[in-house]
Design a protein around this ligand. Structure first.
Ligand code: NAD
Length: 459
């Protein structure tokens, strides 16, 4: 195959045929990035970041066009697509300020010696990204990779090649040749890129792909940041505000048609309140209508692909066959698009596939537990993943205590997880390796280097 067939998931129609980067073209892109790196890395930080700051205005100027492409290529509602672009047009400036702070030289003086700690770029970074937030995921690698002085070869997901190309165009405009290279293709091009003469891989995607990349990077000990999948729990204790807990469970199981790394994938409800909670969830899920993302009335677009939809169907069917109860199933348009309606399941067992594997679809999966917080924690932690988690309880102290016992990078107590800028985005356990975001995340694109000299009088 020499082209990617770029499909509209709402219609199944071909939007474009995108040429796949050949092995020779990929080697040439890496070579150009290699040649450009010393000059880019040696540029004063302020000048380098100034060039990158220009992307903010370009994202804002082309926001409508880019939002159209997002909805066309991966299906999310147009308003949410525009929100993603506009959000990053603002947020990229904050990120670039943080990057400047992250690589500021630090002084470590002793009586007789003066030392400066600098953070050097690693060289050429491969940026390999998924499709679910097709602007946000690339930007969170491209900005720190470039801002810290690396050059980048960027491979967007094969599901969103045109969005990827537009990001490369908007960010790359005005940069020296070779600083940001774009390659297109599926996992085989990603694998070839990982094996090429690069120094680091910044990857966001599934746990399975992350494992392949880690193995492949081991030969040359290439540096890695892997942000991977999740199976986030939401715990509802008997004393919780059920209305708020149900709102959080539904919104964050169904947002982006459930195609979010930190979606709520498992809801554990105390048995005393399970019946009332289930009613609230079923009522709220009705608002999550599904249809073409260009229709302003819909809350959820199609799934990104037929494969993704089949996986969700398999998880739901297997759960129902194993004894789960169908509480509610919405309607999906009768069309060739890859639609899957919102589904609410109850009595979902601990060993069901839908409890063990990342579903990445619009399902609220309810499991009842009896007993205390220890049982809730056991269930929440019974997974190899560790991305996010949420706990609802009327006793905040208990919520905080439970948060300390959950293996995850981001935990919300009586609210959905996360929120403040400047925080790292951390996949604990098998949800990641290294992390992105915040000062510490940006520093992962660098290697610290200390330079010491004797102190001279007056220095
Ligand atoms: P994926 O792993 O299938 O693909 C991600 C990228 O890797 C794509 O560009 C793909 O072409 C490439 N790729 C595939 N095989 C490869 C290989 N062997 N070597 C190198 N590159 C390869 O994931 P996806 O379906 O695009 O995205 C969904 C996954 O991403 C979910 O698991 C989701 O949880 C995860 N995700 C995680 C985060 C996070 O921050 N932790 C954020 C968004 C998505």
């Amino acid at each position: 195959m020499t082209v990617l067939i770029d499909l509209n998931p709402a219609t199944g129609e071909c939007l474009a045929e995108i040429p796949i980067t050949s092995p020779e073209q990929l080697q040439a892109a890496v070579a150009r990035a290699r040649a450009a790196q010393p000059g880019w890395g040696a540029m004063p930080t302020a000048a380098r970041l100034e060039l990158l700051r220009a992307v903010a205005g370009r994202l804002e100027e082309r926001a409508e066009e880019l939002a159209d492409l997002i909805t066309l290529e991966m299906g999310k509602p147009r308003k949410q697509a525009l929100g993603e672009v506009r959000g990053w047009a603002k947020h990229c400036l904050t990120e670039l300020d943080e990057i400047a702070t992250a690589i500021e030289p630090e002084k470590f003086d002793t009586e007789g010696q003066s030392t400066v700690l600098v953070r050097s770029p690693l060289g050429v970074v491969a940026a390999i990204t998924p499709w679910n937030f097709p602007v946000g995921m690339p930007m969170q690698i491209l900005l720190p990779a470039l801002g810290t002085g690396n050059t980048v070869v960027f491979k967007p997901s094969e599901m969103v090649p045109q969005v990827g190309a537009m990001i490369a165009e908007l960010l790359g405009e005005g940069l020296p040749e070779g600083v940001l290279e774009l390659v297109q293709g599926d996992g085989s091009v990603g694998a070839a890129l990982v094996e090429s003469e690069i120094d680091m891989i910044g990857f966001v995607g599934s746990r399975a792909t992350g494992k392949h990349i880690m193995k492949s990077a081991a030969g040359e000990l290439k540096r890695l940041v892997l942000e991977l999948g999740g199976k986030d729990p939401l715990i509802v204790m008997a004393d919780a505000d059920l209305e708020e807990a149900a709102e959080c469970a539904v919104r964050h199981s169904l947002r982006n048609t459930g195609q979010v790394c930190c979606s709520v994938e498992r809801v554990f409800v105390a048995e005393e309140v399970a019946a009332g909670f289930e009613d609230l969830v079923a009522k709220k899920a009705r608002a999550w209508t599904c249809g073409d993302g260009f229709d302003e009335a819909v809350a959820m677009g199609p799934m990104v692909s037929d494969d993704q939809r089949r996986k969700v169907i398999d998880h739901v069917d297997a759960a129902l066959e194993s004894g789960a109860r169908l509480v509610w199933r919405g309607e999906a348009p009768d069309s060739p698009g890859f639609f899957h309606p919102a589904v609410v399941l109850a009595d979902v067992g601990e060993e069901f596939r839908i409890t063990r594997e990342e579903t990445f679809g619009p399902v609220v999966s309810l499991t009842t537990f009896s007993g205390d917080e220890q049982e809730a924690l056991r269930l929440a932690n019974d997974t190899p993943y560790g991305l996010g988690a949420n706990v609802f309880t009327g006793d905040t102290e208990r919520g905080l205590r439970m948060a300390a016992g959950i293996h995850a990078g981001q935990i919300g107590v009586n609210q959905y997880l996360g929120g403040a800028p400047g925080l790292p985005w951390v996949g604990a356990r098998q949800s990641g390796f290294g992390f992105l975001g915040g000062i510490e995340g940006h520093r992962q694109f660098t290697v610290p280097k200390s330079i010491s000299r004797p102190k001279t009088a007056g220095a």
